[in-house]
Design a protein around this ligand. Sequence first.
Ligand code: SF4
Length: 62
Amino acid sequence: MKAKVDKDLCIGCTLCVQTCPEVFIMDVEKADVKVDIVPKEVENSCRQAADECPVNAIIINN
Ligand code: SF4
């Protein structure tokens, strides 16, 4: 599974970083993904972060 942040949409709320710090990191005012492949053990929290993103900026690829 892979995750990506659409930086044009991200409003920098930091919610994804709080929900899944293993995958998301803040890059100045936008979120970024710090892993190439999402580790199995954090797939659920990564999906949760995507679901909860207020602007649907997180794209998940299985
Ligand atoms: S939850 Fe969405 S809007 Fe908020 S920082 Fe993460 S990607 Fe950006």
